[in-house]
Design a protein around this ligand. Structure first.
Ligand code: TRP
Length: 339
């Protein structure tokens, strides 16, 4: 099926191929991209150049890059409708990132909370400069495609503000070149927290065994993780914003995001039940989405050439748009154009 992309607003988003994608990535991002792809001219990339801002094993990076791309498709992103590609396949990302790095004020970069958090975990001497410049690369991803909107979680809001500020600065210095992108606020209530630590966001790069539900976890592992998830001693199954009730709230949130049921009907259903029932019900709803997704994933990853072909087509489409923008950027900045 082909659809008319004229007059459609464009969106772009991406996920890093580091760690394992979690149910948080699915419910908070992928599932929403799937719904939105029919209304927007959508570009979804696997941001491998971002992943290398922290050290990656080369073989694992390659494997994870394919895995994330396959999970995009297995989640329901239709390669005939959306453009799916790998960031490093389009050299324009690296090139524009450099041009933007040269005009990104160090003061802005130093204020990024993600940089502060990530760099706090390493010794100052050994932090790669890429970690500081990460937002300039993300700005390049977005601005190359003249995206109108960027669907990202709350934690990426500051990077998007940075992108908007940088684009405005560029347009002011060199003339109208970039579309100023808007943040696309995710559907409320799909912020998934760690099972073992329900006051912090579920992360895909953690060593803790009982923290995250991975999209490729099998049934036995899902059972173990969900049955061991942190709850409390209140014996009341209700949505709550209180930190001491975050575990139960998180399980309910996962269930609600999967089933689409209202909070009231979920609370009603559990009004005469205990935490054991809650966990069993959440387990069943998680398996209900992940089983078909995993079957589709296996089919894609085993079908030789299929995924690579999609990524090739995606990168051809993406390159057309990206190179067009890059040509204008070079011209406007005063680079000598080749004839
Ligand atoms: N920084 C984003 C994250 O960690 C990933 C990302 C990179 C991104 N480039 C992007 C998201 C462009 C949206 C648009 O979640």
């Amino acid at each position: 099926m082909t659809i008319n992309t004229i007059d459609k607003q464009r969106v772009l988003s991406g996920i890093q191929p580091s760690g394992n994608l979690t149910i948080g990535n699915y419910l908070g991002a992928l599932k929403q991209w799937v719904v939105q792809q029919y209304n927007y001219d959508s570009f979804f990339c696997v941001v491998d150049l971002h992943a290398i801002t922290v050290q990656q094993d080369p073989e694992l990076l390659r494997q994870k890059t394919r895995e994330v791309a396959a999970l995009y498709i297995a989640s329901g992103i239709d390669p005939d409708i959306s453009t799916i590609f790998v960031q490093s396949h389009i050299p324009a990302h690296s090139e524009l990132a450099w041009l933007l790095t040269c005009m990104a004020p160090l003061g802005w970069l130093n204020r990024m909370t993600q940089f502060k958090d990530k760099s706090a975990k390493q010794s100052q001497e050994s932090i790669g400069a890429g970690l500081l410049n990460y937002p300039s690369l993300m700005a390049a991803d977005i601005l190359l495609y003249q995206a109108n909107a960027v669907p990202v979680g709350d934690d990426q809001r500051q990077h998007l503000e940075f992108t908007r500020d940088l684009a405005q600065r560029f347009n002011h210095l060199y003339g109208e070149t970039f579309t100023i992108p808007d943040v696309m606020v995710p559907q409320a209530g799909a912020r998934i927290m760690g099972l073992d630590e329900p006051t912090s966001k579920m992360s895909k790069s953690t060593d803790s065994e009982y923290h995250a539900i991975y999209l490729l976890d099998d049934g036995a592992i899902l059972k173990k993780k969900i049955m061991r998830s942190v709850t409390d001693s209140f014996r009341e199954i209700k949505f709550s914003g209180k930190p001491e009730r975050a575990g139960v709230n998180n399980l309910l949130t996962i269930h609600r995001a999967i089933t689409g049921e209202s909070s009231e009907s979920i609370e009603e259903y559990f009004s005469d039940k205990g935490y054991g029932d809650l966990k069993k019900t959440v387990l069943a709803s998680v398996i209900g989405v992940l089983e078909p997704l995993q079957t589709e994933y296996q089919r894609l990853i085993n079908e030789s050439g299929y995924l690579d072909n999609i990524l090739k087509q995606g990168s051809e489409k993406a390159a057309d748009v990206a190179n067009d923008t890059l040509r204008r950027v070079r011209e406007n900045m005063g680079f000598l154009m080749q004839s």
